[in-house]
Design a protein around this ligand. Structure first.
Ligand SMILES: [Ca+2]
Length: 266
């Protein structure tokens, strides 16, 4: 009886080998997950850089990178226009956001600080607010042949009738560039996202209502939307682009919302 009790007690006091193995297995698994040593591919080889990374915006190095959009008649028969985009500049330079040939048609970009927009070739006006490097900024321009308005983060930056005139077309077959222009390049350096071209003048309220969202379905007057989520496809108008140079994609996305800090009155 005593022998049985002692044997029984010893068996009870020792952990069963399977239970011990299970505990060790769980500890090893948790360690592996925590420190990333668990092989992620069957061969154990590391994946090529960038593969599998999220792609949310266009990444351009400022040296020959741009997206080329084939000539389209609806992008070149405009009596009014709105262009919207999110940008995150790397430097303050003369650079293209949307270029349909600045010498004869429309062009949106920057020559150093603020927004610059051409509509007829050579007919340009600079905005007032510098668009700073290093932070996502929403820009928009509207123009109806008479009045141009620039918006920065949904706020009116400039309204003027200076240097007005019709929006002229590019020559047949000429490509439109995002991040570069066919006249001289003026390549953008940084990130570009959610570019839209409309053939109507959007109001400030409309610009503000849509600036923090993506548009995936047709709207009246909306000619093209490029999300740059891993490709240069136009989500609504069939104006699919081709990446040139070293143009690629970033995992960064434009801000989807804004945190408004409460005003504290003392
Ligand atoms: Ca995007």
């Amino acid at each position: 009886m005593s022998i049985y009790r002692s044997l029984y007690g010893e068996v009870r006091s020792r952990k069963h080998p399977l239970r011990r193995f299970g505990l060790v297995f769980i500890l090893v698994l948790l360690f592996s997950l925590a420190y990333g040593v668990y092989p992620s591919t069957p061969t154990g080889a590391s994946a090529p850089a960038g593969v599998g990374a999220a792609k949310h915006s266009l990444l351009l190095d400022g040296d020959g990178d741009y997206v080329e959009i084939p000539y389209a008649s609806d992008l070149n028969t405009l009596s009014a226009i709105t262009i919207e985009a999110w940008v995150k500049r790397t430097a303050s330079r003369c650079e293209t956001v949307v270029g349909n040939g600045w010498r004869e048609s429309y062009w949106l970009g920057f020559c150093y600080g603020p927004i610059r927009f051409y509509h007829t070739g050579y007919q340009w006006v600079d905005g007032k607010t510098p668009i700073p490097p290093g932070q996502w900024t929403h820009i928009a321009v509207t123009y109806d042949g008479t009045t141009r308005r620039y918006y920065v983060n949904g706020q009116l930056d400039l309204e003027t009738t200076a240097n007005n005139g019709p929006i002229t077309a590019a020559p047949g077959g000429a490509v439109l560039g995002i991040g570069g222009d066919r006249h001289g390049g003026y390549y953008f350096q940084g990130l570009i996202d959610e570019v839209r071209i409309w053939n109507v003048v959007r109001t400030q309220a409309e610009i503000q209502a849509d600036m923090y969202r993506t548009i995936n379905s047709p709207r009246p007057g909306l000619l093209a939307v490029w999300h740059f989520d891993g490709d240069a496809q136009d989500a609504v108008g069939g104006h699919h682009g081709v990446l040139r140079g070293n143009a690629t994609f970033s995992s960064e996305r434009f801000p989807s919302n804004v945190i408004y800090l409460p005003l504290i009155r003392r």
